[in-house]
Design a binder for this molecule. Sequence first.
Ligand code: GDG
Length: 481
Amino acid sequence: MTEPAAPAAELVVVANRLPVDRVVDAVEGPGWRRSPGGLVTALEPVMRRADGAWVGWPGQPDIEVEPFEFEGTHLVPVALSAEEVELYYEGMSNDTFWPLYHDVIAAPRYRRLWWDAYVKVNRRFADAAAGVAAEGGTVWVQDYQLQLVPQMLREARPDLTIGYFHHIPFPAYGLYSQLPWRRQVLEGLLGADVIGFQRVADAGNFARAVRRQLRYQTKATGITVPEPDGSTRNALARAFPISIDTGSYIELAARADIRARAAEIRESLGNPKKILLGVDRLDYTKGIRHRLKAFGELLEDGRIDVEDVTLVQVASPSRERVEAYMQLRDEIELTVGRINGDHDTMGHTAIRYLHQAYPREEMVALFLAADVMLVTALRDGMNLVAKEYVASRTDNRGVLVLSEFAGAADELPSAIRINPHDIHGMKEAIMRAIEMPAAEQGRRMRALRKKVIENDVATWSRSFLDALEVARTAKRAKQAG
Ligand code: GDG
């Protein structure tokens, strides 16, 4: 028996991953659970209202799953073979684009085999989106794994209005121009009517690459893109800084059990005077090694004592099959071992290192327990952890130390700003954070919180979808006249 055809969707989100994880329950068998994460939370109400569809990979190789309904959204799985996961995802996405777009912190590898798989898989995502979008509908493509989808989709379905959001940085032209497929990628992105970036500087880098490579005219109002019929159209490239579901962090921070857990965490660390915290995916962009160096030197210099100050570092497992990540893990664990070996006492540890992923409740308890939050990324599109810490501090206490290389620095000037490459400067900033009087903490935290409350993830998705609506209206007017 064939399934009845699903109704065409007015709004389609296309992302590498579906918003669900496959779970196997001992009693009920295999099923799906909503994945945690801001994007999913932000888009859920929008998708419900719009009878939306979400196109993405179900997260496991070599499984074929038919489209299905989940909590009011039509989900369209895109199958990937184990080889495609290796070439398109681990290779081209995470070992070429990721390091290149993060300022070549690690060396990007340019492999034609990976590129071929990337093109092929992008085509599959574009076909799936083209198959489910309603006539004249809107499609919103997410992130660097799918940079060719906008153009592919436009060719197949010129009736659609297409948006693309880039969650990671867009590098300066001098770096971007290394990419052997630099032209194809720009053309792929320019298939969108609205191309969103985290920072104004990212949008600027993109516009410059377009000018240099394609010689198109770029203005604040948009990029003039030639059409095959000789006419031109406008593509808007600008910043839409992403945010978090602020309200849910405020609610978690108010829960008695989570507050009790925060106290318990302090207790279990031996009640140090100050707890410093780092929370990152274990990734070379996050500046974990630089952070450890600064902290280790402060202990070495005798400016802090292991009895008084503890660093908790959560490094959640990430991309464990990519070589650069295996190496980074080894280096970090060697460094943590050395620092702890040199400084630990029976009752106190210098660094409580946790290579584990935790539920959100535990993360908020950690945020509440931490006097100082260290975000020392060498390059980061936004960095949501910085915003989550701020949102959780309903008590207006705590200090955020924030790298100027994280997108969040543009919106959060009241943090203590650092250049993580400057170890001396970072050490001074950490000392300042540790010693900051309560009144100054309160002043800064209130200013930070105001920003994160004003611009939450719902505001972000609304402003992006509003820009798409403007593009759609302009397109209709052009067609009519
Ligand atoms: C990319 C861009 C941009 C981490 N460990 C655990 C856990 N997390 C959560 C954090 C946060 C999220 O994962 C990580 O988001 P970030 O923004 O910090 O960084 P990326 O993963 O690199 O995200 C980034 C983002 O996309 C959005 O556009 O900001 O720049 O690189 O929410 O809390 N969550 C739980 N347990 C963990 O162990 N529950």
